[in-house]
Write a protein that binds this ligand. Sequence first.
Ligand code: GRF
Length: 190
Amino acid sequence: HRIAIFASGTGSNARKIIEYFKNKTDITVSLVLSNKANAPVLDMARDHGIDTLTLTRKEFYETEHLLAQLHQHAIDFIVLAGFLWLVPSYLVRAYPQKIVNIHPALLPKYGGKGMYGHWVHEAVKAAAEPESGMTIHFVNEAYDEGAIIFQSSCRLDPEDDPETIAKKVLRLEHEHFAPVIEQLILKQER
Ligand code: GRF
């Protein structure tokens, strides 16, 4: 299996995934894509010898460029790790049940357009939630609405602020994302 990771940000999840699959023979991270040419995640991927790709919004939504690249790299599974553009339906159709996303909250709460990064943890804090967590889910044409694959939660204390909530959640993401991807790919094989 050959995975492509889509990431826009610092790429700490992408790094964990790349390191996790580094010594595995049946699953390889083969391509890292970003919408930002200067995203740190691209340098990190190149340091690991992984091919990278940057696309403009127009290329992403209005051309066949991405599909051609994915086919050229023989990609059969796509992981969104901090990727903020809505996945276009041509891609969902080309990779049915083969695109997953990670979200830093316990969906279906705190998801949807505009609910990303710091905003999520602000909302969780404002609602004085006793817990938060992370969700790994399939990607469909709507933000954060695909079927849930895996969730993990953490307790929150009244002293927690959006920064400490973010830390707790990110720790769960780093712990679970790669193994859940591996289990899913192996399960889909059977
Ligand atoms: C993660 O919290 C993820 O849930 C969200 O974006 C963040 C990405 O962080 N979708 P990083 O770039 O992997 O550090």
